[in-house]
Write a protein that binds this ligand. Structure first.
Ligand SMILES: [Zn+2]
Length: 448
């Protein structure tokens, strides 16, 4: 039972001294004033000085990149990829386990209760990389949507990645299907769902896109890929396929309310219309787009058109160790820098990071807002202390440095307390991330 918090439901209601009641993993009551029927409460949290929001939803990430941060720092996306494919080709399950631990721990510390991951590099003979990240997520206690990624178009087929990091079509489809059968849980309240996620139009074959869509729809899982991230990609698509990226995706069955694209920066009006009409979602990753100089996504235009938009941190190697809560601010400021001060409000940016992300992942009936019947994924932010000079807690949260996290609850369980990860000792998680980096750099010496 949480009382005395400034409760932001993100459905339009805010309760300046409100309550939230949790039973098991479910929210049973939300409203103004003290909680009703306080008898039998196991734990009472006095959240005076805190703002309660839904936990944030991260719609795009590459956890393994925690192990390859700080490299190729001033390059374009394509140059950066070419530089990093080599060390990535040497990663093993131990690297992925450590990187995923640190990456997910960092996300929890910035208020994330649900995260995707997009893992698309599977060098052969290096252990079960997909299982390694799933184990890390279960240990840390985050709601997890790993996307089984893939690349089948190496340099010898006109793609960007070197041949040693791509797999063949039959292997990819078999492994992806096996991952869905083994892990995907579509029940209400699921902590683990799988998506099918060929990497990008410039690293996969047309056949892989077509057959991935067929597999995902046969299994009832979602589809994810990178799209319209850079102008380089658009030129590649026009040169290779004779059409823009969104038109190309339409020809392979990749528009629909079970599809979401990472980035979606370079969109024409017609692309936005197609995405809105079909319910195709976008994972907006503003820091990554800025770091790689990719551009500024048309978030305000997408929202106005009705496109589902969520936030993402993108891989730790393109955005470095960006915390998801900071992307609320980054999204708001980049829209304003491009379109003016009313382009995106703090409350809209917070909504993208919560209910928007939930919609992108097809889980808006379960998570993304504070309402009775939804899962207990809740962040309590400390908006007292220095932040108390701002009357509106949402402003205090979104405009400056993100306030400390008093508590983060995932599925009814506290995983962060007093700004420190508690599901697994925080120092241990940080050490695993640093060890994964050193291990990958050592393995990479074999090829660099
Ligand atoms: Zn990405």
């Amino acid at each position: 039972m949480i009382e005395n918090a400034y409760v932001v439901t993100v459905t339009g209601e805010e309760h300046p001294a409100g309550h939230i009641v949790i039973d098991g993993n479910t929210i049973t009551a939300v409203g103004p004033g003290p909680a009703p029927d306080t008898e039998g409460a196991v734990e009472r949290i006095d959240a005076r000085g805190c703002m309660a929001t839904p936990g944030l939803v991260n719609t795009h990430h590459h956890l393994y990149q925690w192990a390859s941060q700080g490299l190729a720092k001033d390059n374009t996306l394509f140059e950066w990829l070419v530089a990093l494919y080599k060390p990535w080709s040497k990663m093993d399950a131990e690297v992925v386990r450590g990187a995923a631990s640190a990456g997910l721990g960092w996300l929890l510390k910035s208020g994330t209760t649900t995260s995707t991951d997009h893992h698309y590099v599977f060098p052969s003979g290096r252990g079960d990389l997909f299982a390694a990240e799933i184990e890390a997520a279960a240990e840390l206690g985050v709601r997890f949507h790993p996307c089984r990624g893939s690349m089948d178009r190496g340099q010898s087929d006109g793609g960007l990645p070197p041949d040693e990091v791509v797999e063949d079509l039959a292997t990819i489809l078999a492994e992806t299907e096996a991952a869905i059968d083994r892990y995907h849980d579509d029940s209400f309240g699921s902590m683990l769902r799988i998506a099918v996620a060929p990497c990008s139009p410039f690293s996969v074959s047309r056949e892989l896109l077509v057959q991935s869509a067929e597999l995902a729809r046969a299994k009832g899982v979602r589809l994810h890929t990178h799209l319209c991230e850079t102008l380089d990609e658009e030129e590649h698509c026009v040169a290779q396929f004779g059409m823009s990226p969104v038109d190309y995706m339409e020809t392979v069955g990749w528009l629909g309310d079970d599809v979401w694209y990472a980035h979606a920066v370079h969109l024409q009006d017609a692309d936005i219309k197609k995405m809105a009409a079909t319910g195709t979602g976008a994972a907006h990753c503003p820091s990554s787009n800025a770091r790689l100089g990719a551009g500024i996504a048309r978030v305000a235009d997408m929202l106005a058109a009705g496109v589902p938009v969520g936030l993402g941190v993108d891989g730790a190697a393109s955005a470095e160790m960006v915390p998801l809560a900071g992307e609320v601010r980054q999204a708001m400021y980049m829209q304003r820098a491009r379109y003016g001060p009313t382009a995106l409000t703090a409350r809209q940016a917070l909504a993208i990071g919560t209910i928007g992300g939930a919609r992108v992942l097809g889980r808006d009936a379960e998570i993304g807002s504070l309402e009775p019947g939804k899962l207990a994924d809740i962040a309590l932010w400390r908006v007292d202390g220095f932040y108390a000079a701002i009357d509106d807690p949402v402003t205090a949260f979104a405009y400056g440095q993100t306030p400390p996290l008093d508590r983060l609850i995932v599925n009814g369980r506290t995983v962060v307390r007093d700004d420190v990860l508690v599901s697994v000792p925080q120092d241990e998680v940080a050490r695993r991330g640093a060890d994964a980096h050193r291990r990958l750099m050592k393995l990479a010496e074999e090829v660099l």
